[in-house]
Design a protein around this ligand. Structure first.
Ligand code: 13P
Ligand code: SF4
Length: 369
């Protein structure tokens, strides 16, 4: 490859071909050596849904909330190489200081759920909802959303939430206003509101494609407006999966993430965030049987870590989150090389104006973690 081609690829965010020629051992050795060289100047947070080949190099692994907390607390790292998806890297950038740079090893590592709400749709929705309900609504956004939506929420008196603190955030929101607009995951919003006692009949759906409120009944009764978005991974756990397990192995406990549908969460034995699921499995009796409804890299890790327990995926033909999986050894090494060579690629930087309001939403979330 010519030098020109090399720089073209770097600019376009595509990994240079040369990385594809390296063996796993070569990549691992170089990552170890760069980590030693950079020491505390480098911090690699890794989400639990990352592949094993990547998570082995994470300085800390955690769920969305834990990783946001760790980034906010880290002052010494000049380079934060985020092994996760784009909204997590944006959050890290918003919560860290100006001298700290955040990188996402593969810019294609987005989140299909976060993509289901953009700021233009959100502005249109807000205008329509204001006309219907006046000043009675506070917006909440799952942290799985763009920085622009977090800024919108921060500006309008609302907050971000994660699956770990969704319940306390929804309770908090009801101390602020009579109604909540919950973006972009209808399932987390519905499951959380239901668990704190809001009846399903008092929940409406906002359809961002048709710019329309979906609700049958008197709109005065609406307490929660759920954005019509979902996680394309967790929607693959179905009622049929649960029925199959109940019939074949009634002693297998079923635990699912609240990004699953209300029907699935309602039929499961337990539900909770990624961290909640990990803690439940860790604390379970040896010999106990589990079916887990969450991302497959994590389920496989739990299967290998807890060989004294019988663990399966709730859906036997489940695959990992494709965008989380975009981060691999080659991209991690490419990112680290670019830092050492002072030709940084794939930096994630939220503009100051957006960050100013987004941080308000995130700080409200961190205050109730
Ligand atoms: P948590 O890390 O908050 O459990 O979220 C799961 C998820 O889907 C991350 O993208
Ligand atoms: Fe997004 Fe779902 Fe993947 Fe999480 S698991 S990054 S919510 S698509």
């Amino acid at each position: 490859m010519s030098i020109l081609q090399y720089f073209e690829e770097q600019k376009s965010g595509t990994i240079p071909e040369s990385y594809r020629e390296l063996t796993r051992e070569q990549m691992e050795a170089r990552i170890v050596s760069i980590k030693q060289q950079l020491g505390e100047k480098l911090f690699i947070p890794g989400h639990h849904y990352q592949k094993d080949e990547v998570i082995q190099f994470a300085d800390a692994s955690g769920d969305s909330l834990q990783l946001a907390q760790l980034c906010a607390a880290n002052e010494q790292a000049e380079h934060i190489v985020f092994c996760g998806v784009h909204f997590m890297a944006e959050t890290a950038d918003i919560l860290t200081s100006d001298h700290q740079k955040v990188y996402l090893p593969d810019m294609r590592a987005g989140c299909s759920m976060a993509d289901m709400a953009n700021i233009f749709q959100t502005d249109r929705a807000w205008q329509a909802l204001m006309e219907l309900f006046g000043e009675t609504i506070v917006p909440l956004t799952y942290v799985n959303s763009t920085a622009a939506i977090k800024a919108f929420v921060g500006k309008n008196g609302g907050a971000s939430v994660t699956s770990s603190n969704a319940e306390s955030m929804v309770k908090w929101a009801f101390t602020q206003k009579e109604r909540i607009l919950f973006l972009p995951d209808q399932h987390l919003g519905r499951n959380t509101a239901y668990q704190i006692g809001v009846p399903l009949e008092q929940m409406a759906i906002w359809n961002p494609i048709d710019d329309k409120l979906e609700y049958e009944g008197d709109i005065e009764d609406i307490k929660v407006i759920l954005w019509k978005g979902h996680c394309s991974v967790h929607e693959n756990f179905t009622v049929k999966n649960i029925i199959d397990i109940r019939q074949s192995e009634p002693d297998r406990r079923i635990i699912v993430h609240p990004e699953c549908s209300r029907e699935v969460v309602g039929l499961a034995d337990d539900n909770g965030s990624t961290k909640y699921i990990i803690d439940a499995i860790e604390g379970a009796e040896p010999g106990s049987k589990w079916a887990i409804g969450t991302e497959m890299n994590l389920v496989n890790r739990l299967i290998h870590k807890h060989r004294d327990k019988d663990i399966t995926s709730l859906n036997p033909s489940m695959c990992p989150c494709l965008t989380m999986n975009r981060i691999d050894l080659a991209h991690l090494l490419w990112s680290l090389d670019s830092i050492v060579n002072e030709e940084a690629v794939n930096t994630v930087q939220v503009d100051k104006e957006t960050a100013k309001d987004a941080v308000t939403a995130l700080e409200r979330m961190l205050a109730r973690a």
